[in-house]
Design a protein around this ligand. Sequence first.
Ligand code: GP9
Length: 399
Amino acid sequence: ANEATASDIKAEMQEKPSPDVDVFGLAQGKNIVMISLESTQNFVIGQTVNGEELTPFLNQLIEESFYFPNIYDQTAQGKSSDMEFMLDTGFYPLSSGSAFVRRYENTFRSLPQILKEQGYTSAAFHANDATFWNREAMYETLGYDEFFSKDDYEVTDELSVNYGLKDKPFFAQSIDHLNTLESPYMAKFIPLTNHFPFLLEQEDQSIDPADTGVDVVNRYVTTIRYQDEAIEQFFADLKKEGHYEDTIFLLYGDHYGISRQYESGVHTLLDQEENTLTHLDLQKVPLIIHIPGQTGQTIETEGGQIDIHATLLQLLGLSANENLTFSYDLFTRPSDVPIIFRDGRFVSEEYLYADHTCYDRKTEQPVEETYCAKDQEIVREQLSLSDEILLGDLLRFLD
Ligand code: GP9
């Protein structure tokens, strides 16, 4: 019965648009560098505080990249691990706990596995304990060849802050490990400094904290800027070491940084009202896809983090539609497919549902719940299919 269920679900899931011929295979055979932007929300892009850009390097990179400013954070309790899970598998996170912890013994069809068939090596770089979020075990399940974790880095008190190794030494030390990989490779970097409660020594702060009345937000601008500088330095090192030219870069916010509890500081910073709609808007995380030599393009398509999986496959010239996933390639994502949050909230073309209320997006006013019913049906169906497959480990029945 499970075998039949898995095949039925697969047949249902395959109705996805054909690839955009202009971008399909644009990065075929290239190395892949992924940089997870810790706790980075999209509002920081292009934002200034006291006349200073928060992310000068990313702002400049966007000029020569595909930039998606309307991608929503879809993580749940598994936070960073949920982002990794969506990216690697194209499945929704679980409603409680982390799939990395709860389903590490499942069969998956992950990016590292798909890429291995194309001759790629896959590696993850993260200077925290290997067991955090059960990464060590889950990376093995997902098919990573290498995991450079805390034991592979020089982590001293001086080089650390908050959760661990600071981003600048993290990226600087990562280059030697990267040099050991055979091309083509997929390398995923997970820095740590821009993590709640956003602590940073004075000497590492190159801009002043903000002045919003909410300390967490005031400090956030300093750690965001530090992360930006660390990535700038990393790009310079990648160029020096010959890792830049033949590479596609994906940079994405892993989840929100400022929880609702502290959000009034962001509203002050952005001079916006505090309500359900602005809160939802703040759930957007940046997605930047950079292929050296390309012309910059801002793509306003709305989507979720789960869609990065299929988007990357399309750019690599690999059909994302062959696999059973819940990911839509962002270059062809149909506008009538809602963006689904794990707690049942959603954003669709005309409506959004949050705080137990259905809103008309044009008027920004609450409307009768029946207007949201059709999308709600899709949301329920997608989440329950994703859960059914994960909890039943159904992918083991597919070839
Ligand atoms: C820990 C890092 C942060 O290793 O990934 O995890 P988070 O708290 O953001 O999920």
